[in-house]
Design a protein around this ligand. Sequence first.
Ligand code: GLA
Length: 313
Amino acid sequence: MATRTFWAPGRVNLIGEFTDLAGGLVLPAALDLGIRLEAEPAAETRLESADGDPGWTRYVAAVAAELDALGRPPVGIAGRLTSTLPAGAGLSSSAALEVVVALALCAVADFPLAPLELAQAARRAEHRAVGVPCGILDQAACVLGRAGCAILLDTTTLAHEAVPLPPELALVVLHSGVTRRLEGSGYAERKRELEEGHPARLRHVTTESERVRAAVDALRAHDLDRLGEIFREGQESLRVDFEASIPELDRLVELAYEHGAVAARMTGGGFGGAIVALVDADRAQPFADAVLGAYGMRGRAYVCAAADGAREL
Ligand code: GLA
C-alpha cells in the first residue's frame, strides 16, 4: 500500500499571549521545525518514532478519539514519526504531533476536514490527553502558517490573515532552561482567574489584544522601533499584570535588547519556557551565542524562519 507523508510545524507566538483564553487576538508564526509522519492505512494505529518517545502514545489515542467523535471511518495508520522540533522548548511540539496525526488519520479514511476544524479537534485532543485547558493558538498556528508571515487570528471568530514579516529578520527562540509543563503550571489557575474576573488578569488580556493590533500596524509600516516598544510593553504586562513570566525570562528579554534584538518578549505558556527575539538574520547566530553566553549555562537557542503550515507532502 502506498506510503503517504505528512508534515506539521511547531510555532512561536510573536505577541498576543494568553488572549486565546478570553477570545482575543494572537499573532503566531509557524516554524521551519516540525514533525514528519510517513504512514499507510492499517487495521490498527501503530506509530514508531526515532526517539521512541512513549509520551506520544496518549496524544495519538486522543486525536483518534476526537476524530472518531466527528464520524471518521475507523481506518488506522502504521507509520514512522521523525521530528526536528525539540520537545519541551515551548515550540508546541504536542500541537504539531496532534495535527500531523490528525492529517494522516483523516487522509487514510478519506475524511476531509477544513484546516481549522482539524485544529479544533487537535485542541480537544490536548485536553483529552493531558488535561490542559489550552486555547486554539498552537493548533491554529500549525495549520494556518504561511512562509515569511505571521498569522493574525481572532480567537473568537477564527477570522485570520497573513501579515508579512520583514524578510531581513530571523525568529530566534531562546529557551531559559526552566522547564515549563502546562500540566501543573499556573496556566489552569490563570484561566480560572480570568473566568472569575480577576482585574489585573483581565487588564492584561485587554491591553494585549490592543498590542497585537499595534504590532500588526508597526509591521505593516516597517516601524521596527515601535515594534520593539510594543514587545517590551507586552513583557511588562505578562510580568506585572498576568504574573506568568519568571526572572529568567525577564533577564533573557533584557539581554536580547542589549545585544541588538529589534523586539523580544516571553512567548508561549509562561512559568518557564522561552522568549522570542526578532533579530537581523545575518547576525542571528552570533546574537544567540552572545545572549546565551551572558545568560549562563542552561539556555538553548533555535534560529528559525516563519514557514508554511501543516500539509501532506
Ligand atoms: C499555551 C497554550 C495556548 C496559549 C499560550 C499562551 O501555548 O497552549 O493556547 O494560551 O499558552 O498564549
